[in-house]
Design a protein around this ligand. Structure first.
Ligand code: NAD
Ligand code: DAU
Length: 362
């Protein structure tokens, strides 16, 4: 098993990055070194996600550096100053809807930013052993599925949104740096994550927060699109398993095995929120509103995680319904977190109603 002394986590103030850092510095990972969280603090970056941990370990095992991964000089300085020997790369523009409304930021951060990180470590790590670059990617690079079948590492890349195209380009760069320069790399292609600290533009937290505010629940198209859901802590364990034992130059598909149609997921969430708040489920179910579909909306994702299960012994632990309930409880228990993220940019974005959603019947 590989281990490292100083891991740079890019995008550590975001949803998955913050949960990954919490896992890495928690008791289960066995990691003894230090973590440097490099994050530009875009609208999705939130230091509240790590404030308790920063208070305990800040300046000893946890360090935060506000930097844009496209800023080569800043990244070079951080890699040298902390003697970084591993990168877990999560920083990205991550929301498909935003990529349709404004693709340029996605190309910049996801493609140019990944290139910059890769190129800095390629030079800094020349002649050095025991180093590793892990790219956290998505199942969306494989495109969309019909009613049957699932994605595996052998599936061809066929991205269909500016977001997934930019992630696909980044994955190709990562693999190219392995083949051309011998950089030890791995890629994980994960399904939809859910859990605490997810920015409420994504389906699960958006629906929970809208229910609590009595707002309509906008379900795109016919609501029959299928996503394969994974609890964020299970994802963190998968990424760490790959960084420690994955094969260089390999990718690993990571799925929770929880395929659900969007509409039935939102209905289940309505029931759970009702149970947790003591309200009647019909109150929330009645807010469900079919709105015009996302352009180019991928119909179905499903993942075959056989490779990571066989090679690294990973498997998801969180049962889906329990994970949903824990997620609902986390949002109910953290009103101050919600209040802070729902200010400014967030509200402007949702209030704009992203063009194609305007035709919904409330
Ligand atoms: P997120 O949007 O919650 O967080 C992204 C983080 O990156 C934020 O903290 C943001 O400030 C930071 N960031 C953005 N641009 C940056 C830049 N130029 N320089 C430095 N930092 C920057 O995203 P997430 O949902 O936590 O996703 C993290 C990663 O996991 C992404 O690479 C995403 O593609 C991938 N992924 C996400 C999911 C999911 O369901 N959320 C599933 C599979 C893969
Ligand atoms: O599959 C992994 C991907 O999952 C990640 O790579 C992305 O970073 C992450 O954002 C997520 O992408 P999705 O587009 O699948 O997630 P989102 O939460 O935006 O939407 C989930 C499904 O719900 C999708 O079919 C669109 C639908 N949806 C979403 C929103 C925000 C709605 O019906 N209504 C909504 O308001």
């Amino acid at each position: 098993m590989r281990t490292y002394s100083a891991i740079l986590v890019s995008g550590g103030a975001g949803f998955i990055g913050s949960n990954f850092i919490r896992y890495l510095l928690g008791p289960e990972s066995g990691f003894q070194g230090l973590v440097v969280n490099v994050d530009a603090l875009s609208y999705a970056g939130n230091l509240d996600n790590l404030s308790d941990l920063a208070a305990g370990l800040g300046g000893t095992r946890y360090f935060f550096e506000r930097a844009d991964i496209c800023d080569r000089a800043a990244v070079e300085d951080i890699v040298a100053r902390y003697r970084i020997d591993a990168v877990c790369h999560l920083a990205a523009e991550s929301h498909v809807d935003r990529s349709i409304m404004g693709p340029e930021a996605f190309v910049r951060t996801n493609v140019l930013g990944t290139f910059t990180l890769l190129d800095v470590v390629r030079q800094a790590w020349r002649g050095r052993d025991g180093v590793w670059f892990h790219q956290v990617s998505t199942d969306e690079v494989y495109g969309t599925l019909g009613p049957s079948g699932s994605f595996s590492e052998a599936s061809p890349y066929a991205p269909r949104s500016p977001y997934s195209a930019s992630k696909a380009a980044a994955d190709h760069l990562v693999m190219a740096y392995h083949h051309s320069y011998g950089l030890p790399v791995s890629v994980s292609n994960c399904g939809n994550n859910y859990g605490p600290r997810q920015f409420p533009e994504k389906l699960v937290p958006l629906m929970i927060l809208n229910m609590l505010e009595g707002k309509r629940l906008p379900v795109y198209g016919d609501g029959r699109q299928v996503r394969d859901w994974l609890y964020v802590d299970d994802h963190a364990r998968a990424v760490w398993a790959i960084m420690r034992g994955g094969r260089p130059g390999h990718s690993y598909v990571v799925g929770g095995g929880n395929e659900r149609e969007n509409l039935s997921l939102v209905e289940r969430l309505a029931d759970i929120v009702a149970e947790e708040t003591g309200a009647g489920a019909e109150l929330y179910r009645g807010l469900i509103t079919l709105v015009p579909d996302r352009p180019g909306h991928d119909r179905r994702y499903a993942l075959d995680s056989g490779k990571i299960r066989r090679e690294l012994g990973w498997e998801p632990r969180m049962e889906f319904d329990r994970g949903l309930r824990e997620t609902v409880r986390w949002y109910l228990d953290n009103p101050a977190w919600i209040e802070r993220v729902r200010s400014g940019e967030y509200r402007r974005w949702l209030d704009s109603n992203y063009g194609w959603r305007q035709g919904g019947k409330a």
